[in-house]
Each structure stands twice: as C-alpha cells, then as structure tokens.
Write a protein that binds this ligand. Sequence first.
Ligand code: SF4
Length: 318
Amino acid sequence: MTAPTKPSPDNPAAPAPGSDRGAGHTPSGTALHSPVIGWFDEHARDLPWRRPEAGAWGVMVSEFMLQQTPVNRVLPVYEQWLVRWPRPADLAAEAPGEAVRAWGRLGYPRRALRLHGAAAAITERHGGDVPSDHAQLLALPGIGEYTAAAVASFAHGRRHAVLDTNVRRVFARAVTGVRYPPNATTAAERRLARALLPEEEATAARWAAASMELGALVCTARNEACHRCPIAAQCAWRLAGKPEHEGPPRRGQTYAGTDRQVRGRLLAVLREAHTPVPQSALDRVWHEPVQRARALDGLVSDGLVEPLADGRYRLPLS
Ligand code: SF4
C-alpha cells in the first residue's frame, strides 16, 4: 500500500493536507518566477543597500545587520557605518571595540565583531575588495552559508539559493502548503530552494531578492496579505484553506528579564564611556548579581568586553 503523500520540502509536488487538489496543482518554480519578479520590479523598497553605489561592501554590511534586526532600526546605523567605514580596510584599521560601539542598539553584537573580522580578512586576502565567489566568501571568518549566498547573489548577481526567514515562509506557504517553516532550516528546505532557482544567473539573483521582499512585505508571519500577492492563485497553503500550523510550537522572542537584556545594558555603559569603566558602573544597570555576573562573563568570553588588570572593563582594542 502506498502511504498518503503529504506536502513537504522534500516532496513539494504532493497536495496539501485537507486539499483535494492533484499533485499537478502545486506551483512550479517557473510559474512563480515571473509574477514574483514582476511584483518586485513594481513594489521593491528603495533601500540604500540596493542602490548601485552601495557596492558589495554595502551589501555585506547590510546583510550582517539585517539578519536579526528590522530594516527601520538598521537604516540609521547602516548609513553612519558606511560614512565612517566606506571600505573594508577602513573598518579593519580600527579596533574591534569601535565596531561594537558603532553597532549601537542593533542587538546580537557579536555580529559587529564578526563583521570586523571579515573586513580584516578581506583586506589581507583580497586586496580590500569583497570577493564575488561563494567559496571565497564562505572562507572568510564570521561568514556563514546564508551571508555568502546573499552577498554573491545581491552584490554580484550570482545564482544561489538565499534562504532567510522571509523566503522560507513564502516557500512553506506557496509551495509546501503549510503556514510556517520548521524552526531551524532543514536540508529539505535547501533542496527545495535550489530546485526553485531560475536557471539563468541574472534571473536567479532577481528571484532571490524578490522572494525575500515578498515575505517581508506581503506574506508576513502575522498577516499574510493574499489579496495583494502576485502568486495567490497558485499558493498551495491558500488553496488548501490555510490549514493551521501542525509542527512544534514556534519559538517566542522574549527579551525582558533575559541575559540578553542584561548584556545589552552592560554593553550600553561601555559604548557610551570612552575610557575604561569600574565594576561599580556596571553593577548599577541590573539588580540581580548572579545574572549580572553571568551576563558579564558571557560578554568577556565572547570577546565583546575586555577586563583589565585593575578591575575595570572596556570594549576590545584588539
Ligand atoms: S497567497 Fe497569501 S499565503 Fe500564499 S504566498 Fe501569497 S501572501 Fe503568502
């Protein structure tokens, strides 16, 4: 007996649960490309890292910043960053602590250290130019699969599957027929993303940017705006009657009271001080001593804070 087929990234051709559609109704990549890219041509936001003058370095900086922070918070920090450090070598010439200081309140500040480390490697290995080759990008410190693919695609027009949270949600709904993708990216999602890539390199790069923008503006996590969606007529999840999420509970985004909040407060003190600060200045920002010490230890072990022999602390100089 053949087991019933359930749509999954492994088997995107299967009908969605609750649907009486045949396998042939699941949208193919080619049927999606043209409407999504056409929509993007008309509705894409004019963001500074999408302008030609941003260059590959601008794209790389934006990708580091946007990974866990919304566009509106990234914009002012991005603009200041590029004015101060218009090339990777400009950033590499400064202490890593300056990158952490300029990162401001974007959150997850290890990204600032990783960006600084990547800038130093680009300066040493590639004469200060961000490489266009995916393997060379991936070989840089602090750059993972996502960022390498995004920079190669958005900055250099290469053909790569760029799988961020927005793209994963669009593919989950439109192709797989479920409300949400898994909590962490799976090999099956990567296979699906590669299968959906247009053959032609320039079209593949447009598709990567367009499918991401569709997830950011129309097919959002909370409110999918299907009436404005260019692929509504083909969307597997919509056509199946939008079945409820069946997977494990989705991860929450709690912040208040967490070690992340304490770390943020401790770092804010150090960012604003241009000389080393005593322990007492750090003790004032959080009432609970065990959690405070744990957060400070974490910042030190992550290389974001440097303890000095005299008991004071500062942002890292090297
Ligand atoms: S039709 Fe609705 S659910 Fe489907 S991709 Fe478009 S916005 Fe998302």
